[in-house]
Design a protein around this ligand. Sequence first.
Ligand SMILES: Cc1cc2nc3c(=O)[nH]c(=O)nc-3n(C[C@H](O)[C@H](O)[C@H](O)COP(=O)(O)OP(=O)(O)OC[C@H]3O[C@@H](n4cnc5c(N)ncnc54)[C@H](O)[C@@H]3O)c2cc1C
Length: 497
Amino acid sequence: MNKTVMIIGGGVAGLSAGIHARQAGYKVELYEMNPGVGGQCSAWKRKGYHIDNCLRFLAGCQNTEPLYEVWRNTGIFPDDIRLFRDPYLCCIEMNRNTLHLWSDLERARKELLKAAPEDKTALSTFFSNVAKLQRASIPCESSQADAGVIKRFHAFLADPAVSKIKKDYSSITLGKYADAFKNEAVRTMFRSYAANTLPALTLLQDYALYASGSAAFPAGGSAVMISRMRDRLETLGGRIYTSSRVQSISCAHNGIRDVTLSDGKKIKADYYIWAADPYSLFFDHIGTRYLDPALRAVYEHPDKYPASTGFQVFFGIDTDEELTLPSGLFIFPCEPFTAAGRTCKVCRIRLSDSDVSLFSRERRVLRCSIPESASQFSFWEQLASDKDAYHTEKYRIGQEMRERIEKRFPALKDHLVILNTCSPVTFSRWCNAYQGCYKGFRCLDGRADHSIPNTVRHLHNLFLASQWLQSGGGLHSAVLEGKFAVQAIQKHEQGRR
Ligand SMILES: Cc1cc2nc3c(=O)[nH]c(=O)nc-3n(C[C@H](O)[C@H](O)[C@H](O)COP(=O)(O)OP(=O)(O)OC[C@H]3O[C@@H](n4cnc5c(N)ncnc54)[C@H](O)[C@@H]3O)c2cc1C
């Protein structure tokens, strides 16, 4: 008889684990606490507008990449898939200059060197390193946590130039790296790309994904992506139970005995895959004695393994008039305003309009975001204990942003409708995300890669699948770790034969 795998958490990692477990012949039952699956990869309607809360870009959209095949296997890339690519990773308008990190590296290099000749050496190194990083493939075969020292050494030797770039840029924060540029516009663009506590490698790696064509927005965005993964799992015979929160887990004899849902129902399975945020598994459910040292290090040394989150406001654009708005991430300096106790001197906006199946001419959406580090979670958590104060503050920030956007784009005056505001608390409440972080940790320990095993110490039938198992996180980490969790179960079974 087929063995049963119980999956806890219906985000991308959980759905991927379910698909791979069915393909490996296991019976699959997936339990998700929310009314729908998708987790952080979510989208919804508000006032007739479509809000895609997740996807800016998906890595693995080039059909020559191994990652493309992994996505294809989850059903998200049908033969007629349409992919939208931003012309640039980000763009800044400052001091009468408009600078772009064009996907075309040569075009961007020329543009930035012309605007910032004082940074010639640093910019040339930057572009040369991004070009080299395009060669770095994302390991899709098996978990890097299982690779022994010799295999890792061979991987290092396979492309020493890329290994060195990864090492160098994961030894310095984005903030420090940016500060070395003399030109104010370049410095501000690099600083504003992501949370400054993250390694500089974040910027270079994302840019390399754009430049190589790996990064794109699949038509339909997060909503279609998740519905395809759910359909794939159900078509394969997996069963999905939504509004089913795992309340407690009981351990016995070096394994999980059973799992209790919030309605009191007990579930027994041969194997359990925890595909929710691992922090809650160890800190709320089974205890930290089962914590792998590699993951323990992530929680104990947030300075070396920074994670990030952010505050976002979604605006509906209430006009179908012709507007000349930039597409992609656009940064511009603005009158300072405060958010989470810090002063913001720039606005970061992103227009969603390329996929007209989601964003019609009358229903365009503008996302304005402020990158935050995990340490800012406590500000929001404290504020959220007073419901009124929390909502007032979120709305205030939204209004401040609106004023600045309208000042820069007068054509938008009286046409911006605040649809939604999301703080790190939103992600913590919605998905149980550790410190409201929606991207897993990054490495600032000079190693660039830090992988967590899919197995759990001392518990033979419990496995992990989550973006939190590999540095960088993101959707591709989640889909891969779902696959690796099932491989770990198979390896365990082979070991017992
Ligand atoms: C604003 C935003 C923008 C992003 N942009 C991008 C992007 O452009 N590109 C990219 O690659 N990534 C992006 N990400 C990150 C991406 O969404 C995540 O990396 C990915 O969705 C994580 O998947 P996961 O399955 O590991 O975790 P999650 O999505 O967190 O899934 C965990 C699931 O477990 C459920 N759960 C938790 N506890 C329990 C319990 N006790 N019982 C049952 N179920 C439980 C949760 O409800 C959730 O559904 C973004 C995320 C956000 C929020």
